[in-house]
Design a protein around this ligand. Structure first.
Ligand SMILES: [Fe+2]
Length: 234
């Protein structure tokens, strides 16, 4: 499986503090059946040099190899919409056109549609992260449907599907799955203790709603196309 959203790099955001913890997360993910992780630290308070991400990823790759963990590590970022698209075009997933875009945790801005449009204008394909955990969308999931257009994608958290983020997020995740608007499931993992870098339970949960074949697309085919910068349709 391919996990396109995981805070696995150490000492850069609210993910692991040490490389040791990062390696433990890598091991846990590989044991769950994850083959590829995109390391996506938050870019939400200050802009930093994307080289900060590459440097940590290079060292973690070295450690993963040394420990014989069968996992490929790529880079991206979890980019908050406080930044203008032209400020963050260096933070795309695996240097593709796809970029994880996170709205504020408190609400959905009235300008959300325009924000996404601006990313498109600047040549990027925004992937809206965990809409099922956004309070505005949680209480009215159709708000998300209104935002969707060509070149705008949706990533739901695997844990939300099985209730790890509460009943509201679970209900919303199930609604979005049934509507057929979820493109990817990702872990949004932060540690080995809470918000783990796992996908298998979420995919099992999604299979009961949309069937196994469709559910597998969310962790195999679709994220594979994303990291390869291939187009795909919902
Ligand atoms: Fe995240």
């Amino acid at each position: 499986m391919i996990d396109i959203h995981c805070h696995i790099l150490p000492d850069i955001d609210d993910g692991p503090r040490t490389f040791e913890e990062s390696v433990a997360m890598a091991r846990m993910a590989a044991e769950d059946g994850v083959d590829v992780i995109v390391a996506t630290p938050h870019v939400n308070e200050k802009l930093y040099d994307p080289a900060e991400i590459s440097r940590r990823a290079s060292w973690l790759r070295h450690l993963i190899r040394k420990e014989n963990i069968p996992l490929t590590l790529l880079t991206g970022a979890d980019v908050n919409t406080v930044f203008a698209p032209q400020q963050v075009n260096q933070f795309t997933i695996n240097e593709t056109d796809y970029i994880l875009v996170e709205f504020p945790h408190t609400h959905l801005p009235a300008t959300a549609k325009n924000i996404l449009f601006q990313f498109r204008i600047h040549g990027m394909k925004p992937i809206i992260t965990h809409p099922e955990r956004n309070p505005s969308i949680k209480s009215n999931p159709d708000l998300l449907l209104e935002l969707l257009d060509d070149g705008i994608f949706v990533q739901v958290t695997a844990g939300s599907v099985v209730g790890e983020f509460g009943r509201g997020a679970k209900k919303c995740a199930h609604y979005l799955l049934k509507k057929g608007v979820v493109d990817v499931l990702a872990s949004d993992g932060h540690s080995t203790k809470y918000r783990k870098p796992l996908l298998s339970q979420g995919i099992k949960g999604a299979s009961t709603i949309i069937g196994e074949e469709q559910a597998r697309k969310l962790v195999f085919t679709n994220p594979m196309k994303i990291i390869a910068n291939m187009s795909f349709e919902r």
